[in-house]
Design a protein around this ligand. Structure first.
Ligand code: CMC
Length: 429
């Protein structure tokens, strides 16, 4: 890490303190404030954790000003063009690209863990038919803790590895089952002869009445989206997973908490919200009205799929998805007016001072829904798709944290409530 220091002096007490500066392999240096309270009596205040590094990590690097995203050092563009989701999942978990035999073993292990205990299906069927898939997924994944708890030893690296594989393997099975529960179709079991994304499409759309033919364009498009959504350093859901994991909680409960955090429209839920927004806008003539709403401080409406806490120039994932969107629709022979609408919305927003000044650009969620729609995936499943992909990042981060050990995550606060008062019995109030 490094050895520079920043000296700060408290004007009140006159005491001064050297704060160590840590320099990572890339990115801005980080001030180590862990001794600040002990030495000077101050906490730091950073709502939304905009400038706080909560951990050190070797997994994913983002440079928001330059639009750089790398998994384990590999640029996202190279992975998107040459890799597969399963290879990326291996990379995230173990740090390097797999050799052929390692890849075969990993893919085999994932394939062998795709089934879920039949009792889990009973639990899933208890949900109302119209429950949101994310509600089902967070509930069902948390309930996996009930199946793998008593004999799980978090200190055993092999058991942690098995858990990581189980989670990556079972997530598509659970997501597809949530969808089938909604449409009233019988459970589809995973087919081991297929690869990860093909298997998911098969579990989503095959019915007992007739054979289902997987479209390779759809499978590849899905694989690309999974690669682009696989990890994104310490975002809200990953930080949630790490925080819950810091208590020593069961890993399935940790990932379930991540799913819950991802569901919000400011995070992964934005992909669903973008499609709803595009449908609500309806046609190009209404774009101006919605841009005006997004700029109006008295209107809670935001342009969904726009803006990012870290990217202030462009989101490299959005650029890749935008171009994939054209290719996928062309290859599938689909003409979707929502794509024209999205492009017009993007064009008008990017020329508008409000968006320019605030550095608001399309993010990963802006175009992904148009691809999902082209693959016949219903809007309510969009965030579940994100959850399937992000599970690889969550478990990689969980493995890293578990191996590092460390303390329970426990932020402090700036208390602004009543300082102290005496209790009054109810008849005296
Ligand atoms: N539409 C209109 N105004 C916006 C938008 C937007 N989408 N995003 C930010 N702003 C404005 C915001 O009102 C604020 O203006 P002002 O400075 O005048 O108060 C300024 O831009 C900065 O916004 P912020 O809320 O302080 O930024 P943040 O870093 O806290 O939030 C964000 C980032 C992604 C939550 C936010 O941009 C947003 O709500 N976007 C829409 C939801 C979305 O697309 N989320 C997906 C994010 S990418 C995928 C993922 O993380 O899962």
């Amino acid at each position: 890490m490094s050895d520079n220091k920043v000296n700060i002096t408290d004007p009140v007490s006159g005491k001064s303190l050297d704060l160590p500066v840590h320099t990572g392999s890339c990115g801005d240096p980080v001030l180590d404030i862990s001794k600040l309270h002990k030495e000077l009596g101050y906490f730091t205040y950073d709502p939304g954790f905009s400038v706080t590094a909560s951990c050190s990590s070797e997994i994913t690097f983002i440079d928001g000003d330059q639009g750089i995203l790398r998994y384990r050092g590999y640029p996202i563009e190279q992975l998107a063009n040459h890799s597969s989701f399963i290879e990326v999942a291996y990379l995230l978990l173990y740090g390097d690209l797999p050799a052929p035999a390692e890849f075969r073993k990993f893919e085999h292990d994932i394939t062998r863990h795709t089934m879920v205990h039949d009792k889990l299906n009973t639990f899933l069927k208890g949900f109302r038919y119209d429950s949101h898939p994310m509600a089902i997924m967070s509930g069902v994944v948390a309930s996996l803790a009930g199946f793998y708890h008593d004999d799980f030893d978090i200190k055993d690296a092999e058991e942690r590895d098995l858990t990581a594989k189980r989670l990556i393997a079972k997530m598509p099975t659970i997501a597809a089952a949530a969808y089938r529960h909604h449409v009233g179709w019988p459970t589809a079991y995973p087919r081991n002869s297929l690869n990860y994304t093909e298997r998911f499409l098969d579990m989503m759309f095959s019915v007992p009445a007739e054979p289902y033919k997987i479209n390779p364009v759809a499978a590849r498009a899905l694989d690309l989206l999974f690669i682009l959504h696989a990890d994104h350093e310490q975002n809200a859901s990953t930080s949630t997973v790490r925080l819950v994991a810091s208590t020593g909680a069961n890993p399935y409960a940790c990932i379930s908490a991540g799913i819950a955090a991802l569901w919000g429209p400011a995070h992964g839920g934005a992909n669903e919200a973008v499609l709803d927004m595009l449908n609500e806008i309806g046609s190009v003539e209404h774009v101006g009205k919605f841009i005006a709403k997004a700029k109006d401080k008295n209107d809670p409406f935001r342009l969904m799929g726009f803006g990012h806490r870290v990217y202030k120039n462009f989101d490299p994932r959005a650029q890749l998805i935008r171009s994939a969107c054209h290719d996928v629709l062309d290859d599938l022979g689909i003409k979707d007016p929502l794509l024209d609408l999205a492009m017009e919305l993007e064009k008008i927003a990017l020329e508008d001072d409000y968006f320019i000044e605030r550095k608001l650009y399309p993010n990963v969620d802006f175009y992904s829904g148009i691809i999902y729609k082209a693959l016949n995936i219903p809007t309510s499943m969009f965030t579940a798709m994100f959850a399937i992909a992000r599970t690889s990042g969550w478990v990689a981060q969980w493995l890293e944290q578990s191996a590092q050990g460390g303390r329970i995550g426990r932020p402090r606060q700036l208390y602004t409530g009543v300082a102290e008062r005496d209790y009054l019995p109810i008849d005296k109030r």
